[in-house]
Design a protein around this ligand. Structure first.
Ligand SMILES: Cc1cc2nc3c(=O)[nH]c(=O)nc-3n(C[C@H](O)[C@H](O)[C@H](O)COP(=O)(O)O)c2cc1C
Length: 162
C-alpha cells in the first residue's frame, strides 16, 4: 500500500498532525503552500472570506505526480467552517479516480462536518472514495498534545489499514 499525506498549514498545528501521521504510518508527505499572504489581522479576515466563498488560490507545488499512490491523506485547518483555499484548489486540480482518501482537519471549535461534506462532495466528483475522516481540536493545546491526539486517532480509526 502506497500512501502520501498532502496538507496545508498556516500556523503549524495541521503540520504537526501531518508529520505525526507520516512518522507513524511511514509514508510520504508534502506540504501544500498558498502563495497568497495569509499573515496578520487583515489577511486573516480576507482568508475567512476566501474560504467562505470557496475561492481558489495559487499553490505550490503547482503539480504533483500522484499516480503511484493508492491512498491519499488530505489535511487542512478549518476556515469559516470550510476547507482552506489551498486545499480546495488542490482537490479541484487532480483526478482521484480509484484513489482512497483519508481527510483530516484541525479547528478551534468546529467539529468539521461541513468541511468534510464539502471535501467529500468534490472528491467523489473526481472519482475518489473517502474512507475515513477525523478532526483534531487545537485550542490551547501544545504541539505535543496535538501529536498525542493524532496518535489516538491513528489507533481508534485503524489508520494503519488504509
Ligand atoms: C482565517 C481563519 C479562519 C478560521 N475559521 C475557523 C472556524 O470556522 N472554525 C474553527 O473551529 N476554527 C477556525 N479557525 C481556527 C483554525 O482552524 C485552527 O486554529 C487550526 O488548528 C489552525 O491550523 P494551522 O495551525 O495548521 O494553520 C480559523 C483560523 C483562521 C486563521
Amino acid at each position: 500500500m502506497n500512501r502520501i499525506i498532502l496538507y496545508y498549514s498556516e500556523g503549524g498545528t495541521t503540520q504537526q498532525v501531518a508529520e505525526t501521521l507520516a512518522i507513524n504510518l511511514r509514508c510520504d508527505i508534502c506540504r501544500i503552500r498558498d502563495l497568497k499572504s495569509r499573515d496578520g489581522y487583515k489577511n486573516r479576515l480576507f482568508s475567512t472570506f476566501d474560504a467562505f466563498r470557496e475561492s481558489k488560490t495559487e499553490i505550490y507545488p503547482p503539480r504533483l505526480d500522484l499516480s503511484e499512490y493508492d491512498t491519499i491523506y488530505i489535511g487542512t485547518p478549518i476556515w469559516a467552517n470550510n476547507p482552506t483555499p489551498a486545499i480546495i484548489t488542490l482537490i479541484d486540480r487532480y483526478n482521484f479516480l480509484g484513489k482512497d482518501v483519508v481527510l483530516f482537519t484541525t479547528s478551534t471549535n468546529s467539529e468539521g462536518e461541513n468541511t468534510f461534506n464539502k471535501m467529500d462532495m468534490k472528491l467523489r466528483a473526481r472519482g475518489a472514495r473517502v474512507v475515513q475522516e477525523f478532526n483534531i481540536k487545537t485550542k490551547d493545546k501544545s504541539l505535543e498534545m496535538i501529536s498525542e491526539d493524532t496518535e489516538k486517532a491513528i489507533k481508534n480509526l485503524d489508520l494503519e489499514l488504509y
